[in-house]
Design a protein around this ligand. Structure first.
Ligand SMILES: *Cc1c(COP(=O)(O)O)cnc(C)c1O
Length: 396
């Protein structure tokens, strides 16, 4: 077993060696600009981009590769979807519906829309982090132009009832955007069956490289570009493409399409094993997220009486995370856990374990043993001592 052990797949993932191999030529011999129409260097790069576009489209069930626009990642895709629709549909109304537990890219994007005079409704979730389709239906008004609901939550893994929401938005003639950065390559996504009009994804969440992603834009959906200059990507996103990144994203999607079913089953087995071992040995462990409708690689647990920061500072050889990582009481707890009704104190005792393609049984068993050991030790400490461990880590 190699240390440290990486269990933070919702933050980012390692690049699959097959993805890296596909990318490498585009850093060296195949350096052409896909927008160069006059010579073979450009043609070859453009061909590689076409292949990648088709690979992304195939994973999403898109009707045409031309519905895929490459971006720098899901943050940019979210911004392009929200602001692009808001500007293009200004005459139709100024209302957007989203959910309180969305990623910052969507929530901060919505804040900006509010500054620009649009109205945004932030729907609540239940204790499992699930939004109700009826709440979506009730929030839609005559002026609603867009509903944005994330497919899978990055903190607690809860999967949204997208198909039902898609039926509602189609019925009402409102566009549906989904931030699917955590869902693509992990669960079956079919934009046609789901009735999704816009979908954001990011390569580095599916064993591809960082700094590249895509926005699926259903044919016929009008979107105002956020970046001007050159008219690349069907006029939606100007700028020379990151060709190695785009090739890597395509390859990563192709691997997911072929291996997702087998990989998800394996990851779920290790995730359930980790959960069972920890919950079997420790009292007062609570699961955050939906018990069943949840990403296979996500396990978010609260350990009452053991602050997440103290546990993580002690267990340095296992890389996990906590959305409320903080060293001072002033830092806000995770907005996701708060929206789910998790008590403030308990939210500071919550740790996210993210498992993925390269996670092994040995790593899971080691992590479970260490978590049990460390949580027991931290729980035995007075609160001031828990703070001191964190302060000591932050000094070095
Ligand atoms: C990671 C993530 C993002 C941001 O993606 P980047 O490509 O890093 O900009 C947005 N939304 C969700 C749900 C994510 O998990």
């Amino acid at each position: 077993m190699k240390f440290p052990i990486y269990l933070d797949y919702q933050a980012t993932t390692p690049v699959d060696p097959r993805v890296l191999e596909a990318m490498l030529p585009f850093f060296s011999e195949q350096f052409g600009n896909p927008a160069s129409r006059t010579h073979v260097f450009g043609w070859r790069a453009a061909e590689a981009v076409d292949v990648a576009r088709a690979q992304v489209a195939a994973l999403l069930g898109a009707r045409s590769p031309e519905e895929i626009a490459f971006t720098s990642g899901a943050t940019e895709s979210d911004n392009l979807a929200l602001k692009g629709v808001a500007r293009a549909c200004r005459d139709k109304g100024g209302h957007v519906v989203t959910v309180a537990t969305e990623h910052r890219a969507v929530l901060d994007g919505c804040k900006r829309l509010e500054e620009d005079g649009l109205r945004v409704t932030y729907l609540p979730v239940d204790k499992h982090g699930m939004v109700s389709p009826d709440a979506v239906r009730a929030a839609i008004t005559g002026g609603t132009v867009l509903v944005s609901v994330m497919a899978a939550n990055n903190e607690v893994g809860t999967l949204a009832p997208l198909a039902e929401i898609g039926r509602i938005t189609r019925e009402r003639g409102v566009l549906l955007h989904t931030d699917a950065a955590q869902a693509v390559g992990k669960i079956q996504i079919d934009v046609e069956a789901l009735g999704v009009d816009l979908l954001s994804l990011s390569a580095h969440k599916l064993c591809g490289p960082k700094g590249v992603g895509a926005l699926y834009v259903r044919r016929g959906v009008r979107l105002s570009p956020q970046m001007d200059g050159g008219g690349h990507e069907f006029g939606l996103r100007s700028g020379t493409l990151n060709v190695p990144g785009v090739v890597g994203l395509g390859k990563a999607c192709d691997i997911c399409r072929l291996e997702m079913a087998e990989e998800t089953a394996r990851v779920r087995t290790w995730r359930d094993r980790l959960h069972a071992e920890i919950a079997g040995a420790l009292d007062n462990v609570s699961l955050n997220g939906h018990p069943a409708e949840r990403l296979a690689g996500n396990l978010n647990l609260s350990f009452a009486g053991a602050t997440a920061d103290a546990v993580m500072a002690t267990m340095k050889e296992v890389a996990v995370s906590s959305a409320s990582a903080c060293t001072t009481a002033a830092v806000e707890p995770s907005h996701v856990l708060r929206a789910m009704g998790v008590k403030r104190l308990l939210s500071h005792c919550s740790i996210r374990f993210g498992l993925g393609r390269f996670t092994t049984k040995e790593e899971v068993d080691y992590a479970a043993r260490r978590v049990i050991e460390v949580v027991r030790a931290v729980r035995a400490m007075p609160p001031m001592e828990q703070l001191a461990i964190v302060a000591a880590r932050d000094r070095c």
